[in-house]
Ligand binder design. Structure first.
Ligand SMILES: Cc1cc2nc3c(=O)[nH]c(=O)nc-3n(C[C@H](O)[C@H](O)[C@H](O)COP(=O)(O)OP(=O)(O)OC[C@H]3O[C@@H](n4cnc5c(N)ncnc54)[C@H](O)[C@@H]3O)c2cc1C
Length: 666
């Protein structure tokens, strides 16, 4: 660790420190070194240094840190996380009906030596051929090793004997989804964390990385800020800036769910990594493809799988069942019930699944000013279990954990849910929704996963030397759709690969320190952030109102329904809101930084969505907001991904052909 002179804001030289320092004590908050030098006490800003800096604390970050340390034990690895490890980010907190981890294991069908190829083809084909084939190949080939590692750490995957149980997700050709239950991700985080702690890797919690620092085209570290420092206390407490010199940096900052008003992400997921990379000069890709699906607003639980296969009623706040009004007149009720049932297995909205009609009906009902609920207390109008298609009934039978008989099965959605997934009834009760007492589940189409991100190559490297990205922060490995289970997989596969590659790369680099003037200019920027450069001081919004305004714009323009006019209007409104400026009024600086980042991510998503004038995956483009039929998918013209980067201060969106070599498919 090197140190800065707190008053002069310049580094102490190593000689100075060795000769004069009698004692020093590190204060974790604010980040000071209290040094006794020649009988005097000095407060110094600590400058951390490391070989590999890992930004984030989820599954991708932990796997990268562990791999760097296991591969190069001499490597000095520092992990910096905005929240507390094991309690923040998606991996540590997300739950759904049955959370999936995709892997092609030796026994996975079709069971041939090259069965990884079927997995890679699913990622690429279901993804709409707008991802890189070489990355899909790596994901599929390395999936068994990723599974084995977690299994050895003790992640309690459900097994039959020694063989993990696997099920098929989102159109995958073969069943590959391993699971522990609703908390697969939480279990992965918990077990990785144990290993991480056992390796004694250094960590800073409550610290948000705010800026990457470059020397020429090479990353040399980052500036971070303590999330506990509030705007009104920073004047006295200078230790809120944390400079970190690093030879290589891995971004594992997750997605940007907070740009949506309706989302299932935990707090703090503001897409910081996308903005850090973009501002440093790296490329991003596929930002218009975001998984959106029906989820509970109160509990953030995805209403997928058995929760829909129980065929609940879709009602508004008046109790009116509305689904039929958004289907062609005269649609047979049994057809509607089949759609609800099948939605369970094709949860995120997708152009390629006709069940998108359910998401469209919900979002249209909401746009008309209604609230929407799933009601498990009564059957949908004219429901008859026996009228469900044979394949639905067979799927239901496979899922049954109890047999209450045909009469009970016909009685209500709740009775069916008790038969196929009683745990979800208890889970909802624990989280304040008592289906047994007739509570309804309020739902909306919610943002769940960013398929795109910082454009990576086979080693998880970005287009900027020294910078890597993994997990949801990374892009190019997934296309428009992502078969469920491949996000947790990619955080493990590319986490390991990038961790090892960054540690190896660091060996040949001489560490630079963060120049003092960079810290000074960052300090001034923070001061400006708190009394932001709005057009007129009286027009400034509180940071919370700015966030709310942004989320409304994002939901309206890049939610389920996307139109050219809506996107242009959204971009104009976003710009207007940004120009109003915002005030922190005593709130933490990190809230302001996150909100600033959310503006940039929202703009990226909207610009990419505007450029793609076709439908593909979750990107449903309509000619106008009242149109029922999405614009077609344009193959092969639009088998291109959109790359975003900054050039002379402007956001550039550029279509490029993905890497296809090695793929047999046209
Ligand atoms: C409800 C839900 C269900 C899901 N179900 C599945 C599923 O069944 N299968 C599947 O494969 N995927 C699923 N996903 C997606 C998957 O869980 C995530 O994509 C994955 O966990 C992301 O891991 P990560 O390590 O990239 O990011 P995260 O786990 O989100 O971690 C990001 C970390 O970065 C930190 N951070 C962010 N910004 C900064 C900063 N500036 N400075 C320092 N730290 C920062 C955060 O605090 C956090 O610790 C689901 C997601 C949700 C929300």
């Amino acid at each position: 660790m090197s140190v800065f002179d707190h008053r002069l804001n310049r580094p102490f030289s190593a000689g100075q420190v060795q000769k004069k320092v009698e004692t020093y004590e590190y204060h974790d908050y604010p980040h000071y070194l209290r040094i006794r030098c020649s009988g005097m006490e000095v407060l110094a800003v600590a400058q951390f240094s490391c070989d590999v800096l890992i930004v984030g604390g989820g599954g991708g970050a932990l796997r990268a840190a562990i791999a760097a340390k296991e591969r190069c034990p001499e490597s000095d690895v520092l992990l910096v996380s905005k929240g507390v490890l094991g309690q923040s980010g998606v991996t540590a907190t997300a739950c759904s009906d049955r959370m999936a981890f995709h892997a092609t294991l030796p026994h996975t069908p079709p069971g041939k030596a090259d069965n990884w190829r079927f997995h890679a083809e699913d990622i690429y084909r279901i993804g709409g051929q707008v991802s890189d084939w070489d990355l899909a190949e790596i994901l599929a080939k390395e999936s068994a090793a990723a599974y084995d590692y977690l299994d050895e750490l003790g992640v309690p995957f459900v097994k039959e004997g020694l063989v993990p149980k696997q099920f098929a997700t989102d159109g995958s050709e073969y069943p590959r989804a391993c699971y522990t239950g609703p908390r697969t991700a939480v279990e992965i985080e918990r077990h990785l964390l144990k290993r991480f702690r056992a390796l004694g890797i250094r960590v800073l919690e409550h610290v948000m990385v705010a800026e990457l620092i470059r020397e020429g085209s090479k990353i040399i570290g980052a500036l971070a800020i303590d999330e506990r420092v509030r705007e009104d206390s920073a004047g006295e407490e200078d230790g809120f800036i944390v400079p970190i010199a690093a030879k290589t940096v891995i971004l594992a900052t997750g997605g940007a769910g907070l740009i949506y008003k309706n989302n299932v992400f935990p707090a703090g997921m503001s897409g910081d990594g996308y903005v850090l990379a973009y501002e440093a000069g790296a490329e991003l890709v596929n930002l218009e493809f975001i998984q959106i699906g029906v989820a509970s607003l109160k509990t953030k639980l995805n209403l997928s799988g058995s929760l829909l296969r129980a065929v609940p009623r879709l009602v508004d706040e008046t109790g009116t069942e509305f689904l039929a009004s958004y289907f062609p007149p005269g649609t047979n009720p049994a057809v509607l019930h089949d759609y609800i049932f099948r939605k369970g297995a094709s949860w995120p909205v997708s152009f390629e699944h006709d069940t998108r009609l359910i998401d469209l009906a919900i979002s249209r009902r909401m746009r008309e000013g209604h609230r929407v609920f799933l009601d498990y207390s009564h059957n949908p109008e004219q429901f008859d279990f026996g009228h469900l298609p044979e394949r639905d009934r067979a799927g239901y039978a496979e899922e049954m954990v109890a047999d209450f008989g045909a009469e009970a099965r016909q009685a209500s959605p709740l009775a069916r849910l008790q038969e196929i997934n009683p745990a979800s009834v208890s889970w909802l009760k624990e989280h304040g929704i008592n289906l047994m007492a007739g509570d309804k589940v309020e739902v909306a189409a919610c943002g769940q996963h960013f398929q795109g991100g910082v454009k990576i190559g086979p080693n998880g490297e970005s287009t900027l030397p020294g910078l890597y990205a993994v997990g949801e922060a990374a892009g190019g490995q997934h296309g428009a759709n992502r078969p469920g289970g491949n996000a947790l997989l990619d955080s493990q596969v590319f986490g390991k690969i990038a961790g090892e590659a960054a540690a190896r790369e660091s060996r040949g680099i001489i560490r630079a320190s963060i120049p003092a003037e960079v810290v000074t200019s960052f300090r001034h920027e923070m001061e400006r952030l708190s009394r932001n450069q709005g057009e007129r001081p009286d027009s400034r919004l509180s940071v919370r109102d700015a966030r709310k305004g942004l989320q409304e714009i994002v939901d309206a323009s890049v939610g389920v329904v996307r139109t050219e006019a809506g996107l242009r209007r959204g971009l104009a409104e976003l710009e207007k809101l940004r120009n109003k400026g915002m005030t922190l009024a005593g709130l933490p600086y990190t809230l302001g930084l996150e909100t600033r980042n959310m503006f940039t991510v929202a703009e990226m998503v909207m610009r990419a969505a505007l450029e793609r004038n076709e439908s593909r995956g979750p990107h449903l483009r309509f000619s106008d907001e009242d149109s029922d039929v999405p614009l077609p998918r344009l193959d092969p013209e639009w088998q291109r991904y959109l790359v975003l980067y900054r050039k002379e201060g402007e956001m550039v969106v550029e279509g490029r052909a993905p890497i296809k070599s090695g793929c047999d498919r046209d």
